[in-house]
Design a protein around this ligand. Structure first.
Ligand code: SF4
Ligand code: SF4
Length: 160
């Protein structure tokens, strides 16, 4: 009985200390406020500057969570080939299968982290220019598979 009473008093004291003195707080007040205000920023899912704009990710997404957005100004990323669109992921529709990453030519052809990742795209190791100068690593059957997803002008530009 005495032990139970002691535990109850200890629990009550800890809870009061947590509320009044903010003891044992694991998250910052800033994050708590952002959660309460529904203003926690979403993580980055696409690195526009690393994307070739091929649209392969949009084609392989099983839930149609990806939409290609037209750029105001197309960007020439390699002679004879321009990036005209970039993908955006609707995380409400995403099932995190990572098909988009695995079929992206930056990963599938060059073996580099793709500029798209539904669970935070991270930071690139190389610039897009550096990646496109690397030899293609993919086996012939993978290249044939990707040719159905990626504009032919891109292959013409990198395989001269
Ligand atoms: S990870 Fe999400 S966005 Fe990417 S292909 Fe899968 S469902 Fe689509
Ligand atoms: S597959 Fe990769 S390079 Fe192509 S549009 Fe998607 S993110 Fe960009």
């Amino acid at each position: 009985m005495i032990t139970l009473l002691r535990l109850m008093l200890q629990g009550a004291y800890r809870n009061i200390a947590r509320i009044l003195a903010k003891a044992d707080r694991a998250t910052s007040i800033e994050i708590r406020n952002k959660v309460l205000n529904l203003s926690v920023p979403a993580w980055e899912t696409v690195l526009d500057e690393m994307c070739i704009g091929c649209g392969a990710c949009e084609k392989v997404c099983p839930t149609k969570a990806i939409t290609m957005i037209k750029l105001d100004k197309p960007v020439e990323i390699i002679e004879g080939y321009k990036r005209e669109k970039v993908p955006r992921i609707d995380l409400m529709k995403c099932i995190f299968c990572l098909n988009c990453h695995d079929f992206c030519p930056i990963f599938a052809l060059f073996g580099e982290a793709a500029p798209i990742h539904a669970r935070d795209v991270g930071s690139p190791r190389l610039t897009l220019n550096e990646i496109l100068k690397k030899p293609i690593k993919a086996p012939p059957e993978k290249i044939e598979e990707l040719k159905k997803l990626i504009p032919s002008e891109f292959f013409k530009s990198i395989r001269r």
